[in-house]
Write a protein that binds this ligand. Structure first.
Ligand SMILES: Nc1ncnc2c1ncn2[C@@H]1O[C@H](COP(=O)(O)OP(=O)(O)OP(=O)(O)O)[C@@H](O)[C@H]1O
Ligand SMILES: [Mg+2]
Length: 1016
């Protein structure tokens, strides 16, 4: 190889070497040379890329010069990036130093102080670090690429150099940036261990802790359960604040110190303090620390909390001493400040953000980093992201647990890890060799805290494992009564102090005590080892929550509904636990205490899956208990409500039809059963779904009779609603509207009463909604709009998802009639959002169709039609004839019309007309659209179009449906004018137009006016 020309003049020197190369050589033996070769190859490749000249290589160190300082910086950064590549069998950490100065050549080599300086700068750094002199910095600062920043480290006296050197660290985006202070003559003394992994997240916590340490706080205790990251955080803080402490920062590891009296000697040992003859060790330490400005990190204080007094004394003796303590419990010392260290935030697996945001989540970030360390090609992908998120959640975001789980990624994909993360998983036994002994297993970490508890506290701790999602003091006191001599509140406080329990504030402001899941699982195992105590505590828990549910029922059906719902929400996991307990015990009496409140709560949340589960469980218990008239009645109510819940989730499916069939079977020959409101209400929705409006109306009348007999105004709301909508959809718009008006006024005066096995849309919202569509048909577009808005507002206030989806969809549909496509678009999108969130199949399908329809009207026909098709595909699993079928076809045909595809639209509208009953009040609109589609076809007969428009007009007239009548008249008017018969069309249109008293801003009325003025 020809010797390259060495540049002279102002040049930038780069020195590098591998940190710990001797150790590497010893560890790897002959493999080390392969590694070295790889390292050299990377270096040479980068040197070539950035036009550097290799001056010399010695062992593992490089000496390179660059004409451009920026190229030198880039080359350094690029080298670190490539060396950070996880494909390296073992981490290779290279320190690099850069300095710009005079390149004086003598005998084919560089001489002079600047070369020397550059070499010293490199030697002051740490593996992975790039140190830059002030001279280089001045030349490149203004031209740095966005991925590189220079961090001022301050002045340092380097060996053999006369004047101090200001050093800068080149921070490369994505690479570790935290290092101990440069190895200089005056760096602050310390024994902080070098961290081999990147410190993740915790920005706000770091800032806050540093602020407190640098301000007045002298004793700051970082608390939290084992493995939450206290030690790591403390070391990070100490490193960052080191320059503020003249006498440095010292880590005192107390994890192996069991005897509080030995704490002082452990500190003295770290600081190298030994007593002189005639003095005690504490005295020696006092006098040694008296004038020192120092930070002591006392790590793992929980087992020596009794040494708190000695520590307090030290603080008094040494006024410039500060203590940063990590401990699972607080010290309870004067002047102590506590800083609880929470686990990492975890993502919500139900609503995962995009991958990039996910990767920024601390828990996910830690998992991914640790996974890459064992499996370099591991990456977060759309396929594994949700499993990784679930793992993080299952492990409560505990850094230690996440590390342990991630270390298994070499053998197991995330999904498999997830499956194995049971309560006593052996998966979490660490194989990280230098993890502290007590952290070898997560279990060990928890056991450690457990062993430090008093006997009494241990029992409470174990018993608390029967709670799910924590509990209130009242519940805890009642389920885990204190053992003699104990005081539950004191013991609870103790558990909180030792980080085994956390106190949080529930939404209603009441404090709750909760355990991290990993800790709870440990406590549960302990409890299960004591079968008697376990059974008794579980039973007490299930009993307590059954009674709790029964108490809530009164409030839920009365004026205290909202607070009662909140109370149920806070304890829902416990309530479910109690439910499962009594299902397993087949204890119908206890289940009956729970069922009504649970049911009502689920319905209020729109959690129909849970409702179905409750009904199915209870039916199975019922079937195994001897029958009685009371049981039979309960069974029927359950069966109809179950069917109705299934319908709310899946729509009208085979399964729903069968469920109704079974309920109807039980009715046979038992007229008294038709006296049950939930049964009647369930039947009403069944018939309406099947578009059997006649039968629906009959059920409505029966509900009204029942309401009359029981003088129940809230039941009247349902009766009039069922009857009114059945009639209005079938033949009689005015008659239907009368009932709907009554439903609304009863609703407004009597409100809505929750009742047993209630389900589905709020009847008030439904009344407003149906009446808005009826008002539109009758020719009152403004009142229609107002009603639809009230329906949506009311549904928003109620926060009941199914009701909200229903109101949003129908309001969108009304706006489709009003040709306000922007609003339709919004309503459809909102419908979809609610439907997706709560898995409401029907509203998903209908929402998509509506959204597609809106898009075809705002210039995106391709998109829109595809969306409608998606909606229809979703709807496919649902059996016909669902009540929405003609409606969907109508919406679809309209969308095809707007997209200039009349021929396809025609087929759809014909199908809609064929399946709609001959008395459906929507028919005029279907006829009208058919007429319009025929007109749009170039070669179809105008005569056929005219015939359909006329039919639409006539039927609308019969129904007094003035809106479709007006719309049909517009069509006819235009057609006749084109045929030279403008007079007759105008007469027809004017007559109907003059009956309108409102809605003059709507598209249809404006169009009619223009036509009449002869302008269109
Ligand atoms: N912010 C972080 N970035 C990277 N790793 C972290 C972070 N926090 C914690 N870890 C890792 O998680 C593990 C547990 O953290 P750490 O040892 O600090 O917990 P601890 O709260 O001190 O536990 P113990 O109570 O058992 O002493 C360690 O391996 C640590 O390196
Ligand atoms: Mg620790």
């Amino acid at each position: 190889m020809a010797t390259p020309e060495l540049p002279s003049g102002t040049i930038t020197f780069l020195f590098s070497d591998i940190e710990g190369s001797t150790r590497l050589l010893q560890e790897l033996g002959s493999d080390y040379f392969a590694l070295l070769q790889q390292h050299n190859a990377i270096f040479r490749e980068v040197i070539g890329e950035y036009e550097g000249v290799e001056v010399g290589t010695e062992g593992d160190s490089f000496f390179v010069v660059f004409r451009s300082p920026l190229s030198a910086l880039d080359a350094a950064a690029q080298t670190q990036r490539r060396l950070a590549d996880p494909f390296f069998p073992v981490p290779v950490r290279v320190r690099i130093g850069l300095h710009t100065g005079q390149g004086q050549l003598a005998g084919g080599d560089y001489v002079g102080i600047d070369v020397h300086r550059a070499a010293r700068i490199a030697a002051a750094g740490y593996g992975g670090q790039i140190l830059v002199s002030d001279a280089t910095r001045a030349l490149v600062e203004l031209n740095l690429p966005a991925t590189l920043t220079l961090h001022d480290l301050g002045l340092y006296r380097l060996k053999d150099l006369a004047r101090p050197e200001r050093l800068f660290q080149l921070v490369v985006e994505g690479l570790p940036s935290k290092f101990p202070p440069p190895r200089s003559l005056d760096a602050r003394p310390n024994n902080l261990p070098l961290q081999l992994t990147r410190f993740i997240g915790r920005q706000d916590q770091m800032t806050e802790i540093k602020r407190r340490i640098l301000d007045g706080t002298r004793l700051l205790t970082l608390t939290g359960p084992g493995g939450t990251g206290k030690t790591r955080l403390a070391i990070e803080v100490a490193g960052d604040t080191l320059t503020a402490f003249e006498d440095g920062a010292w880590l005192v590891d107390l994890s192996s110190v069991m005897d509080p009296s030995l704490v002082i000697s452990a500190i003295a040992e770290v600081l190298g303090v030994t007593p002189e003859a005639g003095h005690s060790l504490p005295e020696a330490l006092d006098s040694s620390l008296r004038d020192k400005a120092m930070l002591l990190v006392l790590d793992n204080f929980e087992q020596v909390v009794d040494a708190g007094a000695a520590v307090e004394r030290l603080l008094q003796a040494a006024p410039r001493l500060k203590l940063l303590v990590t401990s699972r419990t607080v010290l309870h010392r004067y002047g102590e400040q506590e800083f609880p260290v929470p686990p990492f935030d975890v993502p919500d697996p139900a609503h995962l953000p995009d991958l990039a945001s996910l990767a920024r989540n601390e828990a996910m970030g830690l998992f991914v980093e640790r996974a890459i360390a064992v499996k370099p090609d591991f990456a977060l992908t759309p396929l594994n992201a949700s499993s990784v998120a679930e793992i993080a959640v299952r492990l409560d975001g505990l850094p230690l647990a996440i590390e342990l789980a991630a270390s298994r990624i070499k053998m197991l994909p995330p999904q498999a890890i997830l499956e194995r993360l049971g309560p006593s998983s052996t998966l979490l036994i660490s194989r990280i060799p230098d993890a502290p002994a007590r952290q070898r297993t997560l279990r060990g970490a928890i056991e450690w805290s457990y062993r430090l508890l008093k006997e009494r506290e241990r029992q409470l701790f174990e018993q608390l494992s029967v709670f799910q999602g924590g509990g209130t003091v009242v519940a805890i006191e009642s389920i885990c009564p204190p053992v003699p001599g104990g005081e539950a509140l004191d013991d609870l406080a103790c558990l909180v102090d030792s980080s085994l329990l956390r106190e949080v504030e529930a939404e209603d402001g009441e404090p709750r005590f909760v355990m991290l899941e990993t800790i709870r699982a440990y406590a549960a195992e302990r409890l299960e080892d004591q079968p008697e105590l376990y059974a008794a505590t579980q039973r007490a828990h299930a009993m307590y929550f059954a009674d709790f549910a029964r108490q809530q029922w009164e409030h839920l059906t009365g004026s205290q509904r909202e607070p009662a719902l909140a109370a149920m929400a806070a304890d829902i996991a416990n309530l479910r636990g109690a439910w499962r307990h009594w299902v397993a015990e087949k204890d119908l009496d206890q289940l009956n205490k729970l069922v009504d409140s649970l049911w009502l709560f689920y319905d209020a949340q729109g959690w129909y899956h849970a409702t179905v589960q409750v009904a199915t469980d209870l039916l199975s218990v019922l079937s195994s208990t001897p029958s009685s008239p009371e049981r039979a009645i309960q069974e029927v109510m359950l069966r109809t409500s179950l069917a109705r819940a299934l319908m709310a989730i899946h729509g009208y499916t085979q399964e729903v039809e069968e469920a109704y069939g079974r309920a109807l079977d039980v009715f046979e020959g038992r007229p008294e059963i038709r006296q049950l409101f939930p049964v009647l209400r369930g039947l009403a929705s069944f018939y309406n779904y099947r578009a059997e409006f006649e039968k629906g109306a009959q059920v409505g009348r029966e509900i009204l009779l029942l309401a009359h007999a029981e003088d129940d105004p809230s039941m009247r709301v349902d009766g009039h609603l069922v009857l009114g909508s059945s009639i209005a959809l079938q033949r009689d718009l005015h008659g239907g509207l009368d009932h709907l008006e009554k439903a609304m006024s009863y609703f407004e005066s009597a409100g809505f009463r929750s009742r047993r096995f209630g389900l589905g849309n709020n009847p008030g919202v439904a009344s407003f909604t149906v009446s808005s569509l009826v008002l539109w048909m009758l020719g009152f577009p403004d009142r229609a709009g107002e009603r639809a808005n009230r329906a949506v507002n009311l549904a928003v206030d109620l926060g009941h998802p199914a009701t909200l989806a229903y109101a949003l969809f129908h309001s969108g549909f009304l706006h489709l009639w009003r040709r306000e496509l922007g609003i339709v678009h919004d309503r459809a999108a909102q419908t979809l959002q609610v439907a997706d969130e709560h898995d409401l199949q029907i509203w998903k399908a209908l929402g998509k169709c509506l959204l597609g329809a809106a898009k075809t009207g705002i210039g995106r026909p391709g998109d829109g039609l595809a969306q409608i098709q998606e909606g229809l595909d979703l709807y496919h699993g649902l059996k016909t004839p669902p009540v929405f079928w003609p409606l969907i076809l109508y919406v679809q045909a309209g969308a095809y019309a707007r997209s200039g595809k009349a021929a396809e639209g025609l087929g759809m509208i014909e199908e809609a007309i064929a399946i709609a009953g001959s008395e459906l009040t929507l028919l005029p609109e279907l006829y009208l659209l058919k007429g319009q589609l025929l007109l749009a076809l170039p070669d179809a007969g105008k005569a056929a179009a005219e015939q359909w428009l006329q039919r639409a007009f006539d039927m609308a007239k019969d129904l007094d449906a003035r809106m479709p009548q007006l719309r049909a008249a517009v069509g006819l008017c235009r057609l006749w004018r084109d045929q030279g018969n403008a007079g007759e069309g105008s007469r027809l249109l004017r007559a109907i137009r003059e009956t309108f008293t409102e809605g003059f801003a709507t598209a249809d009325l404006r169009e009619a006016n223009e036509l009449l003025k002869g302008r269109s």
